[in-house]
Each structure stands twice: as structure tokens, then as C-alpha cells.
Design a protein. Structure first.
Length: 145
């Protein structure tokens, strides 16, 4: 694969978020927690949420693995703070469609900061890396209903 293609994947946003992931402190007083593992590559995500009145007040997310996984967790954590738990499935659905090049996505700007993962669309084998944090989030929500 030409190095310019890899440079597109590992752009400044991915590098910044993977080198300095946001919200990566463990929340010991969380109301929700979940995890996810990709057994094929070894990437892991643990997430904790502090939820009050249906709103996410704090997020703790710990990611291990590739730069895409780490950056995706960081961006997800920034995106979901102050969101209602009920809004997350719609946001996740939009992100999954967007990252899989679904032509029905009309307003990718609705993704907010998650748009910074746009280059992953050009590397289908890396899409699972970008979605692992969502799997952990789903686990946290399901386990705490």
C-alpha cells in the first residue's frame, strides 16, 4: 500500500487522539460500564459512564490496541458527553452507515467530532477498529438497563 494512502488514514486527527486520548481516566463512581474485545487483533475497550436523569455527565474510556481504536474511543467519549442515552442508538446508526459508505447518509455533519474518522471509510479492514468503542458502549447500556 502506498505510504500516501496510509498518511491519509493516519491524519493529524487520528494521531492527536491516539497520542492524547480524551477521557481515559477510569470512573470509579460510574453508573454504567461495559467492555468489548476484538479477539482477532487484540484491541480492547472498557467504558464507564456517569448517567443522571438519562444524560451522560462523564465518560471514562480505556482503549488498548491500534491508533484507530484509541482515536475512535477518544472521539466517541467527547461526542457522547451531555447526550441523552436515548439519542445514542440514532447517533451510532448514523456513524455505522457513514463509516460503511452508505449513500443514505445525507448530513454527515450530524456526527460532530466523529467526522474526524472519515478516512477509515477508505480502509474497510479497519472499520471494526473504529466501531469497537460503540460495541463497549452498547454493552454498558444493555448491562445497566
Amino acid at each position: 500500500m502506498p505510504s500516501d494512502k496510509l498518511a491519509q488514514l493516519y491524519d493529524k486527527n487520528i494521531i492527536e487522539h491516539s497520542n492524547t486520548p480524551r477521557n481515559n481516566d477510569f470512573l470509579s463512581n460510574s453508573t454504567h460500564s461495559g467492555n468489548s474485545l476484538n479477539p482477532f487483533c487484540g484491541d480492547e475497550v472498557q467504558i464507564q459512564l456517569s448517567v443522571k436523569n438519562g444524560f451522560i455527565l462523564k465518560v471514562g474510556i480505556q482503549t488498548v490496541g491500534c491508533k484507530i481504536n484509541i482515536a475512535a474511543g477518544s472521539l466517541l467519549s467527547e461526542t457522547i458527553i451531555n447526550k441523552q442515552i436515548g439519542q445514542l442508538s440514532k447517533l451510532e446508526d448514523l456513524f455505522v452507515k457513514y463509516i460503511n459508505n452508505d449513500v443514505t447518509v445525507k448530513n454527515p455533519s450530524d456526527l460532530g467530532e466523529l467526522i474526524k474518522l472519515s478516512q477509515v471509510k477508505n480502509f474497510p479492514i479497519r472499520i471494526k477498529c473504529a466501531l469497537l468503542s460503540w460495541s463497549a458502549l452498547d454493552n454498558a447500556i444493555q448491562e445497566n438497563r
